[in-house]
Design a protein around this ligand. Structure first.
Ligand SMILES: [Ca+2]
Ligand SMILES: [Ca+2]
Length: 226
């Protein structure tokens, strides 16, 4: 038997379906998949340390963890509000991801915040690279910022032709004076687009609400007298 639906209800359901479809289409658009997102804030219990090498996600040499207890004022001078890295410890330093990320053919995006040394030095720079496990340099760019430059977010997208396993690497260059550029908020993602914050996508919430409403509608209609 055909169930009669009030025209207003039918219109409301159509509108809901259209809205839900919109949400699904938004979800279907390729969002970047985050492989690594590191703010360094949890390192060393949030306490600064010279020549720190106990990183959760990186092998390191000659870098300092700047946080309360050790030159945290430099992160703040650069406009930061959390722990950051001085890319030069005793000498020029390196940070290399412990993981070699399995990267499918297509876009991969590396993103990070860099700032000047904040101590009036000149000639400092940081080279950011993506290096395959076979040593092939897939991407490399050197960033030189003025000493007083505040944190700036840099984002670079590389198109890979074949599946590759690679590590992200940061290397500081310039006069060996124990003062290097500052680094924070390193993100590696598959796909293109800048990552702003690791929060649920609005479309995910929309889809969830749509699902709940749809289930509610079906349950109510089943319960309605014929
Ligand atoms: Ca931080
Ligand atoms: Ca230096």
């Amino acid at each position: 038997m055909r169930t009669k639906t009030h025209p207003l209800t039918r219109r409301a359901i159509s509108a809901l379906l259209a809205a839900c479809l919109g949400g699904v289409l938004t979800l279907a658009r390729a969002e970047p998949t985050v492989l690594l997102a590191d703010s360094f804030d949890a390192e060393h219990g949030g306490v600064g340390s010279a020549e720190y090498s106990g990183f959760a996600n990186f092998s390191a040499a000659n870098v300092d963890l700047l946080a309360p207890g050790y030159f945290y004022n430099l992160c703040q001078a650069a406009g930061g509000t959390s722990s950051c890295i001085d890319m030069e410890g005793i000498g020029n330093g390196t940070l290399t991801t412990l993981t070699a990320y399995d990267l499918a053919p297509g876009d991969v995006t590396m993103q990070f915040d860099l700032a000047g040394d904040q101590r009036g030095r000149s000639g400092n720079s940081v080279t950011a690279s993506l290096v395959s496990i076979f040593g092939e340099v897939l991407f490399s760019e050197t960033f030189a910022l003025a000493s007083d430059a505040a944190f700036t977010t840099f984002s670079r997208t590389i198109s890979l032709g074949t599946e590759t396993q690679a590590r992200l690497r940061f290397q500081s260059n310039g006069p060996a004076d124990s003062m290097g550029m500052l680094l924070d908020n390193v993100v590696l993602s598959a796909g293109s687009g800048v990552i702003t914050a690791p929060v649920p996508e609005p479309s995910t919430w929309a889809l969830l609400v749509c699902g709940l409403v749809a289930v509610g509608t079906v349950v109510r209609r089943r319960g309605a007298p014929e």
